[in-house]
Design a protein. Structure first.
Length: 411
């Protein structure tokens, strides 16, 4: 008996909470904080006008004044869309469209599938009630309608509806917050990647726009090769880190105006391995040491699990490899070079040729393209180079949009 009493008390408490929610979250025309369940929009659909007048009289006496009604079932769906009622009181037996068919149509419509319906019927056929329940009827009232029962059942259904609306609104707000936070995290990641890329490139390129252009060129090539958009975006971000290893190269070599001697060339080749080591995840032994040292170490390790950083490590290590095997640091050839490294190789060389460097002036675009074409099948994967050439006008446009500016302008 005590369990039954507890259940009844819980049901009463839930109903009371629902009624309060009706008042606080209801779609009132005035949005008045003092709204009550009586402000709910109630729609009555019955082919007998006398039945509508009786129900309206009962409800108005109880304080419900936002009432909509129709005796024409054929117009009911349009009226529901227009008035957006909080609840529908629905007759079953109507000549044009039955109440069951209206229920079926409501449950198939995204705009009204969650609107509760109380069935008003003189029929005692249990199969009709069962079918109405299967179609989503919230409750039943037998005709002739008892005024007290009508009010109580209406309030109970509205309470449940208000609670459902509250949960739906809360869920939507949470989803919106997640979307906003996700967008913020994506922007933060992109900014961090670009800052890291510029940290290496700034010592060799005063503006840091080289990394932006190479990323855009790589995205254009990947798109032309048929990569899905998510992969294109990933390559564009990762490509910006291709020269981060220049952080470890002495300025005297980076800024040397003349040709590098063999020893200096060996040193500058190391920027590929340095970049890979900067970006790559830690070794297992390093991970264990860092885990046992500080929580900051865990955060550093966690960042290396990023798909962007994993791809960036591959690009940093392979973008100076050549199709014929004469590149560095490992002398890889053909398809042994990851496709992302082959893509960035074309993007990086085109930008180096078309930009001023300490040892050269910027070449005209026609000369840049000729040098690329002459290196087809030697330095560059023919398929990757051909993809770039098919989109060369777009690449040239990127070059113009992200042109370098003087160092004095950014200091």
């Amino acid at each position: 008996m005590s369990n039954l009493n507890e259940q009844m008390e819980l049901m009463a408490e839930t109903c009371e909470q629902g009624l309060n929610l009706v008042a606080s979250s209801h779609r009132s025309p005035t949005n008045d904080e003092n709204c009550t369940p009586r402000d709910a929009c109630v729609m009555i659909i019955d082919d007998e006008s006398i039945n509508i007048e009786i129900v309206k009289a009962y409800l108005e006496e109880e304080g419900f004044d936002n009432l909509v009604a129709t005796t024409e079932a054929s117009k009911a769906m349009d009226m529901i869309r227009q008035h957006k009622p909080d609840i529908v009181l629905l007759d079953i037996k109507m000549p044009e469209i039955s109440g069951l068919e209206l229920l079926r149509m409501m449950r198939r419509d995204a705009e009204m599938m969650m609107i509760p319906a109380i069935v008003l019927t003189a029929a005692n056929d249990p199969q009709v009630k069962l079918q109405a329940l299967r179609l989503g009827a919230s409750d039943f009232l037998a005709k002739p309608v008892d005024p007290s029962e009508l009010t109580l059942r209406l309030e109970n259904v509205l309470a449940v509806k208000a609670y459902q609306d509250h949960l739906a609104d809360y869920s939507e707000k949470l989803e919106q917050q997640v979307r906003v936070r996700t967008e913020e995290l994506v922007r933060s990641r992109q900014e961090a990647i670009h800052c890291l890329a510029r940290a290496g490139e700034f010592r060799d390129d005063d503006t840091g726009r080289h990394v932006t252009r190479v990323g855009r060129y790589a995205a254009i090539i990947a798109s032309e090769l048929g990569f899905p958009q998510a992969a294109v975006d990933l390559i564009e971000q990762a490509a910006q880190l291709h020269d981060v290893g220049k952080i470890g190269i002495p300025d005297a070599i980076l800024h040397k105006p003349g040709k590098l001697d063999p020893q200096e060339f060996e040193i500058i080749q190391e920027h590929c391995n340095i970049g890979r080591r900067i970006i790559n995840p830690l070794s297992h032994e390093e991970s264990i040491r860092l885990k046992t040292h500080t929580s900051v170490g865990l955060q550093i390790m966690g960042s290396t699990n990023s798909p962007v950083l994993r791809l960036a490590a591959v690009i940093a290590a392979t973008h100076h490899e050549k199709w014929d095997g004469s590149g560095y640091p490992k002398g890889l050839a053909g398809n042994a070079i990851p496709i992302e490294g082959r893509i960035v190789a074309v993007a990086d060389v085109f930008d180096a040729l078309s930009s001023a460097r300490p040892y050269k002036e910027a070449f005209p675009i026609d000369r840049c393209l000729k040098i690329l074409i002459d290196s087809r099948g030697k330095h560059f994967d023919p398929r990757v180079l051909d993809a770039f050439l098919r989109r060369k006008e777009e690449a040239i446009s990127v070059r113009e949009d992200y042109v370098d500016f003087d160092r004095d302008d950014i200091l």
